[in-house]
Write a protein that binds this ligand. Structure first.
Ligand SMILES: *[C@@H]1O[C@H](CO)[C@@H](O)[C@H](O)[C@H]1NC(C)=O
Ligand SMILES: *[C@@H]1O[C@H](CO)[C@@H](O)[C@H](O)[C@H]1NC(C)=O
Ligand SMILES: *[C@@H]1O[C@H](CO)[C@@H](O)[C@H](O)[C@H]1NC(C)=O
Ligand SMILES: *[C@@H]1O[C@H](CO)[C@@H](O)[C@H](O)[C@H]1NC(C)=O
Length: 379
């Protein structure tokens, strides 16, 4: 009886072990397994157990001539003089598209209003809208004429002659770092954001001023993606072939919706873009690839958004830096987030307690909600 029991247990144990073996073999070796969960498990395991990306140097290295050619398109609009001022705290690139006239106009009259920033915050921030040309050849000439008019008035557009499409976003990344290197290398910080992002400029400027007193040699902050696997599903717009990226996990990178690097990191990334194959079209992943070859890794900032939209509440406004997915509510948010009443709402013992409770309620929901992470409630 007793012997029998031991036998059964032993058999069960062997069964378990062999199942584990089969599973892990599947996970590690069978690259064709195209399952969402499996690719995440594999990718996280790689990120958290091994976390080495030395192979990227070799597999992405190309000659300087070839690397340069990925971003070599003629400039159509080049605001070379925009950084003529010596003392620029932040060069802020807004990734826009030629036809997004309205979005740019809203940004200029709200968080990107440079007169306001200079008068109220006392610093120089240069906002530059980055784009290619309209992808539809029939509309291109008309849109281009309107763009030239817009540039006559505002002189803040940066445009190169490539088709402005999702699959050309990495070209836009090269444009930002190469133009910054050539025409605005002295800006203390460089930021890149989308044109449907809300930036809380006063909070951003305040934290950059604090940061500029510290060592920012390797500063790269934003909403960090760790252990993200390449998407192998052909129908996805994020599809990346094995030929383009062979490994199970991307290096850490920040969401392209908004991130900040120091002048030193911007220079390192620029140099990396002059040595790497830039055919990987996902711009924020490519940025991670550039960074890993120069030994820079991103730091998480809980109030930078990935896909997230900030909840409307003064306790959030007090801390937020970026929020994603805005268009019509930007004016409202700008007004609400920058009134004097929103400032200092959490000061004092009770204010602090109140805001902590509000933020826990808004951010720490047990089900998925597309906003800042729960950790933001405690920072
Ligand atoms: C290769 O990658 C490592 C980091 O993974 C980096 O420190 C090193 O400088 C790179 N070498 C070259 C030649 O790019
Ligand atoms: C920018 O801000 C200044 C100063 O606050 C204001 O006078 C001006 O109207 C604003 N510009 C736009 C386009 O809203
Ligand atoms: C990217 O831009 C180039 C230059 O305009 C164009 O030839 C190419 O088709 C574009 N690629 C995509 C995927 O849109
Ligand atoms: C860059 O990588 C792509 C995809 O892996 C490849 O097809 C292309 O030949 C490479 N370009 C250079 C210049 O090596």
């Amino acid at each position: 009886m007793f012997r029998n029991f031991r036998l059964v247990r032993k058999w069960k144990f062997l069964q378990l072990i062999s199942m584990c073996c089969v599973l892990s073999t599947l996970l590690v070796c069978w690259e064709e397994v195209d399952h969402h969960v499996i690719s995440h498990v594999r990718s996280y395991s790689y990120r958290y157990l091994i976390n080495r990306y030395d192979f990227i140097n070799k597999s992405f290295a190309v000659s300087r001539e070839e690397a340069d050619s990925f971003g070599r398109f003629p400039y159509l609009i080049n605001p070379q003089e925009i950084c003529a001022h010596k003392d620029v705290l932040l060069l802020l690139f807004v990734k826009s598209s030629p036809e997004n006239f309205r979005r740019r106009q809203i940004i200029r009259s709200t968080w990107g209003n440079q007169t306001y920033i200079k008068q109220e915050l006392g610093v120089n921030v240069k906002v530059v809208y980055v784009m290619g040309v309209h992808p539809n050849p029939h509309q291109r000439a008309a849109v281009q004429k309107k763009l030239n008019d817009e540039d006559q008035i505002h002189s803040d557009l940066l445009q190169q002659n490539f088709m402005d499409t999702f699959h050309n976003l990495t070209i836009k990344l090269l444009l930002q770092f190469r133009w910054a290197h050539a025409s605005c290398a002295h800006a203390r910080f460089l930021m890149s954001s989308d044109d449907d992002v809300f930036v809380h400029m006063p909070n951003l400027v305040q934290s950059l001023q604090a940061l500029s007193k510290q060592d920012v040699e390797n500063l790269w902050i934003g909403h960090v993606h760790r252990g993200a696997p390449p998407v192998r599903l052909k129908s996805s717009k994020y599809y990346v072939s094995f030929q383009m990226y062979q490994y199970s996990s991307y290096p850490d990178y920040t969401a392209g919706a908004g991130y900040v690097v120091s002048r030193e990191v911007a220079a390192k990334i620029y140099h990396a873009t002059m040595t790497l194959n830039a055919s990987l079209h996902i711009d924020d992943v490519f940025m991670g690839i550039c960074a890993v070859t120069v030994g820079v890794s991103p730091q998480e900032h809980v109030y930078f958004a990935g896909e997230a939209k900030a909840p409307y509440h003064p306790c959030i406004y007090e801390k937020m830096i970026t929020s994603h997915g805005h268009e019509d509510d930007v004016r409202y948010l700008w007004k609400a987030a920058t009134t004097p009443e929103a400032k200092g709402i959490s000061s004092g013992f009770f204010g602090n307690l109140y805001c902590k409770a509000v933020k826990m309620f808004l951010l720490c929901k047990p089900f998925f909600s597309n906003t800042y992470s729960c950790r933001a409630a405690f920072s």
